[in-house]
Write a protein that binds this ligand. Structure first.
Ligand code: AMP
Length: 215
């Protein structure tokens, strides 16, 4: 790892831009934990916790979980020992208050963000991508029924919020609530942009490039 390599990172972009897929692909090179609020909420839901039940209903409708809930979750998670040297946030922050709360928490700890990477993708492609998305039930690897079909015999799951209706709602939320955090980071010189419509290998290579890491 070089000293120029960004270590406290945020991946931002519309649902289905490839944030989760890319974060998993880059784990070996970046060597920082992948912290996905969506994964954490799905885990809470699978465990049947009170938080999981409440969040699950909102998630299925494509609504956002309240700021205070996700902020508390992330602030606690980034203070764990494995996140001391850095982290890759995926799906957080999703609103301006979340972005501000993250800054406050980092400032208190004497830390700062290194980079925010925007993975860009058009709404038109996203709906097709998301509704065909499936995950390997064992490994979590992402497939697409049309573009990258799972091999025969692999058991796959379909996220309950990957329906056309929920996707439209999630895109609407993204444009209204999440997109406004982009200028917030751009004005501080933290923003890097990557075309999420390129092939996954190209997106990974470009991500490593903008983060100052070697493939
Ligand atoms: P994701 O896996 O990032 O697409 O997130 C799935 C769903 O979890 C979202 O549609 C929201 O309902 C919820 N969620 C995940 N992260 C956040 C967040 N930072 N703020 C609010 N809701 C979130």
């Amino acid at each position: 790892m070089t000293s120029a390599q960004a270590k406290r990172l945020i991946l931002v972009g519309p649902p289905g831009a490839g944030k989760g897929t890319q974060a998993k692909r880059l784990l070996d090179q970046l060597r920082v934990p992948h912290i996905s609020t969506g994964d954490m909420l799905r885990e809470a839901r699978a465990k049947g916790t009170e938080l999981g039940k409440k969040a699950g209903e909102l998630m299925d409708r494509g609504e956002l979980v309240p700021d205070e809930v996700v902020i508390a979750m992330v602030v606690e998670r980034i203070s764990e020992p494995d996140a001391k040297t850095g982290f890759m946030l995926d799906g957080f922050p999703r609103t301006r208050p979340q972005a501000e709360a993250l800054d406050t928490a980092l400032e208190k700890a004497g830390l700062a963000l290194d980079a925010v990477v925007l993975i860009k993708a058009d709404d038109a492609v996203i709906e097709r991508r998301i509704t065909g998305r499936r995950a390997d039930a064992k490994t979590g690897r992402i497939y697409h029924v049309e573009f990258d079909p799972p091999p025969p015999g692999v058991e796959v799951t379909h996220r309950s919020d990957d329906t056309a209706e929920a996707v439209r709602k999630r895109l609407d939320k993204y444009h209204r609530e999440t997109a406004p955090i982009i200028p917030y980071y751009r004005s501080r010189g933290l923003l890097r942009e990557v075309d999420g419509l390129a092939a996954p290998d190209e997106v990974s290579a470009r991500l490593l490039e903008v983060l100052g890491a070697k493939a």
